[in-house]
Write a protein that binds this ligand. Structure first.
Ligand SMILES: [Zn+2]
Length: 155
């Protein structure tokens, strides 16, 4: 009787588990590349550790890159983006300056996005890839309807 009950429960539970497994999808992303300096600026070592962990866990990811100068690793942007692409991951834009859209004009933000798009498109274009991902800094997608519905074209 107990075996039959267990068998019946497994039959009922299996489709639910399969359904749940099929619907579970997670996108893993990393913002603010090439790097954020916490104590020291070590962009190559930081990215190498991230990529090794992703490889060990067989986990695809998207790195969202800030392309402007003056940031930790900004002088190594091309080679760090290449590290991610060589490892089979995707790369997206996180603007040029990482400024808060809510504190900028629409035209200033658009220029910032366009500058990052141009830089990343050059790097990706060398490999026959195109820019497909974008994330607003601080996830601020505009504090007014005009900004929120602004002329940012889909990548
Ligand atoms: Zn960010």
């Amino acid at each position: 009787m107990t075996k039959q009950l267990l068998f019946t429960l497994l039959l009922v539970a299996t489709p639910v588990a399969a359904q749940t497994r099929r619907d579970l999808r997670v996108a893993v992303t990393f913002d603010d590349l090439p790097a954020v300096a916490v104590a020291r600026c070590e962009p190559r070592a930081l990215n190498a550790r991230l990529l090794e962990s992703l490889k060990r866990n067989k986990m695809p990811a998207v790195a969202l890159v800030v392309t402007g100068p003056g940031r930790c690793g900004g002088d190594q942007l091309n080679s760090i983006v290449d590290m991610w692409l060589d490892a089979g991951h995707d790369v997206g834009s996180h603007t040029r300056s990482h400024r808060d859209f809510n504190n900028m004009t629409l035209s200033a933000f658009t220029a910032d996005v366009d500058a990052a798009h141009e830089r990343l498109s050059q790097i990706l274009g060398r490999r026959g890839k195109r820019l497909e991902y974008f994330r607003h800094p601080m996830l601020h997608a505009g504090d007014t309807p005009a900004k929120h519905q602004g002329p940012l074209e889909p990548l």
